[in-house]
Write a protein that binds this ligand. Structure first.
Ligand code: ATR
Length: 280
């Protein structure tokens, strides 16, 4: 039996095992996928275990280790190198390759919704809220969707964290986001993305005023959170008449890409998988 893991801390909330074990069963692959709660000083031993144990074929990495895991890997994909973020470890000839399937998953969801420079004939103007672990993947995807043209913004409660992320920590992103003060919402945005953890607990509010977007039916409010299904950020947007999207499809697509890299099976996203994640 081959094994795969998702490592993080905390890890109880992770829904990755549901998806991967469903696909292992559906595609009759003799493997199991388990959660593993680690401390930072376990990362070295864990990566050595993957190298030496033939039955361990790969792993996902989640908060707070997506960056911290990097020194213990042998190679990085281009996306992981640029974003400084690894969510998938692939074992190749005993070596460990770190990849980032979050960025491409996010990009694919926007392409599917026709939010791209190719559809619009101009770069989309986006606002990224937050400067946490997943934000570098979103910056990378937005730059790519716009062919590194146009303007996009980032805003974070602690402005210094946005400055550090946007201006220092992503040297290979050519088109840098403009860093705004918290609450300083630009007009005429096409996409507004919540990458913060605000909303994971029901009733939490970002306390940002988007009232100038009342009736803007083409402006997309995108929350990376998928549980709860609809955060206040999305409830308010829906009431204003904006387009809304939660993080469920991005989460499924990042898992689909990891699964493809590990098993070479390109899974279908069927209704059952969509239902697996509906737990509220
Ligand atoms: P990570 O994703 O790196 O684990 P996190 O603690 O989940 O980090 O926080 C991610 C983001 O949520 C950060 O941008 C954080 O803002 P700060 O840099 O100011 O800490 C943001 N965040 C958390 N709580 C917030 C709140 N109540 N209001 C606004 N932003 C918040």
């Amino acid at each position: 039996m081959n094994s795969y893991f998702v490592i993080g801390n905390p890890i109880d909330h992770s829904l990755s095992p549901l998806l991967h074990n469903y696909w292992f069963k559906k595609y009759k692959i003799q493997s199991e996928y388990k959660k593993k709660k680690l401390e930072e000083n376990d990362l070295k031993d864990f990566t050595n275990d993957i190298r030496s144990n033939h039955s361990i074929k790969g792993a996902n990495v989640t908060v707070p280790f997506k960056k911290k895991i990097i020194p213990f890997l042998d190679e990085l994909s281009k996306v992981s190198e640029i974003t400084g973020s690894v969510n998938t470890i692939i074992k190749q000839n005993g070596k460990l390759l770190g990849d980032n399937t979050d960025a491409t998953a996010f990009e694919d969801t926007l392409n599917d919704m026709k939010y791209s420079i190719h559809e619009y004939g101009r770069p989309l103007t986006s606002l990224i809220i937050g400067a946490g672990g997943v934000t570098s993947s979103i910056i990378f995807a937005i730059e790519k969707l716009n062919n590194a043209e146009g303007t996009y913004y980032i805003m974070n409660r602690t402005k210094k964290n946005a400055d550090d992320l946007a201006l220092k920590n992503l040297p290979n992103v050519n088109l840098k986001p403009k860093v705004l003060d918290w609450g300083d919402i630009p007009k005429n945005l096409d996409i507004i993305i919540n990458t913060t953890s605000v909303g994971l607990i029901k009733d939490e509010e970002l306390n940002l005023d988007f009232s100038t977007y009342k009736g803007s039916k083409n402006t997309l409010f995108y929350d990376l959170i998928y549980n709860p299904k609809e955060t206040n950020f999305l409830i308010d947007a829906r009431k204003r008449g904006n387009k809304v999207m939660n993080g469920k499809m991005m989460f499924i697509l990042q898992a689909k890409k990891a699964f493809l890299e590990w098993t070479k099976v390109d899974v279908d996203i069927d209704d059952e998988v969509l239902k697996l994640l509906d737990n509220d």
